[in-house]
Design a protein around this ligand. Structure first.
Ligand SMILES: Cc1ncc(COP(=O)(O)O)c(C=O)c1O
Length: 379
């Protein structure tokens, strides 16, 4: 897809994807909730130690399930960082909620927990922290504010599968959490996601919501003799073919993790001195956090420096990209009252952040070339 010699992303395969997909077809169950879906559910639940994991067609859909599960209604408010992907907010806006944007911390670019109290109102239904780049938010502070105000925490953990905060896996710290297996993530199946349920009260309704509002999951377990429409829902479950793809990846997760760790470390070491000399910030990883090695970004001193470096790398056939437009300044965000200057850290990060090529198959030589090209750029 990318015309660049060193692209920004390349979906990584681990070896068994095609044979598992072929097996899923041969088993004669290519719809959702077949053998491979069940294996993925078990693998996620076992590894994370969560109460329940349910595969979904995307992280976006897992977030939409959260909005249905919490019975979000028109007039409700949901607190989301401005520096995130649209789905974090849109999932709740679909149910009529108002997104209340909050700024991010200058070090990790995660939701700034010190601003939470002033964003909470009697209409707040949930707080949705995003673990940006798979680096954990300050979850102790976030969950304690949420508990004090009786609101739920939904972790948007699209980037942070198997990363940890104070030894506990991200995605297991809120009542609910969501994962992404989109082809740009660490563990992939093309398009896919998961809803992680940590509070058992949500399990039964989640199964119903995911299965078009029916109790088909109970029917499959022989708990009822027929299935029928019991609540509002939609079709949120992926084909077992995608689950087969995903299982091949989940089984090799440790190798994916160590490969990405090595790539991340090489960038950090190779660019440390250059960054220091030119006022560029590298990602900050708090000591109580173990990250997922999802991405490596540079915070350039200015928008001009970022544009210059992207062009400089392009001239060497290397693709580097920027990331989110702050949601409060998007067309939709402005309709919800967003205005320039309201969340200065998100705005500044959005202008200055640059993501370097990062994928499992990035060779040492290619990475050395990227590092050398960056070092040749003077801001
Ligand atoms: C923070 C965040 N949340 C949610 C999503 C949506 O994920 P998906 O493409 O699986 O719907 C993304 C996508 O990159 C994301 O970055």
């Amino acid at each position: 897809m990318s015309a660049y010699r060193i692209p920004f992303n390349k979906p990584g395969l681990t070896g068994r994807e095609l044979s598992y997909i072929a097996d899923a077809i041969q088993r004669g169950h290519s719809a959702g909730d077949g053998y491979y879906t069940s294996c993925c559910h078990d693998a996620l639940r076992r590894e994370l130690g969560c109460h329940r994991a349910l595969l979904t067609t995307s992280c976006t859909h897992a977030l939409e399930m959260c909005a249905l599960l919490l019975d979000v209604q028109p007039g409700d408010e949901v607190i989301v960082p401005s520096f995130t992907f649209v789905s974090t907010a849109n999932a709740f806006v679909l149910r009529g909620a108002k997104p209340v944007f909050i700024d991010v911390r200058p070090d990790t670019l995660n939701l700034d927990e010190t601003l939470l109290e002033e964003c909470l109102t009697s209409r707040t239904k949930a707080i949705v922290p995003v673990h940006y780049a798979g680096v954990g938010c300050e979850m102790d502070a976030i969950t304690s504010v949420a508990e004090r105000h009786g609101v739920n925490v939904i972790e948007d953990n699209a980037h942070g599968l198997f990363a940890r905060y104070k030894g506990r896996y991200l995605g297991t710290l809120g009542q609910l959490a969501t994962q992404s297996f989109h082809e740009t993530k660490n563990v992939i199946c093309g398009e896919g996601g998961a809803l992680i349920i940590n509070d058992p009260i949500y399990v039964e309704r989640a199964e119903i919501i995911r299965e078009k509002g029916t109790n088909r999951s109970r029917f499959y377990r022989d708990e009822v003799d027929k299935y029928t429409w019991v609540a509002m829902g939609s079709s949120f479950l992926p084909s077992d073919l995608l689950a087969a793809f995903l299982l091949a990846q989940l089984e090799r997760y440790h190798e994916i993790f160590s490969t990405r760790h090595r790539i991340w470390q090489a960038y950090a070491e190779g660019l440390c001195e250059w960054a220091h000399n030119f006022g560029v910030s590298l990602p900050h990883i708090p000591p109580h956090v173990e990250q997922s090695y999802h991405m490596f970004y540079l915070l350039m001193p200015s928008l001009e420096a970022r544009t210059g470096l992207i062009e400089h790398l392009k001239s060497r056939d290397i693709l580097a990209v920027f990331h989110y437009v702050p949601l409060h300044l998007s067309e939709m965000g402005i309709r919800f009252g967003g205005r320039p200057g309201a969340h200065p850290i998100a705005e500044s990060a959005s202008n200055r952040l640059l993501r370097l090529p990062f994928y499992n198959d990035l060779t040492d030589d290619q990475q050395a070339e990227v590092i050398e090209a960056v070092r040749a750029f003077q801001c």
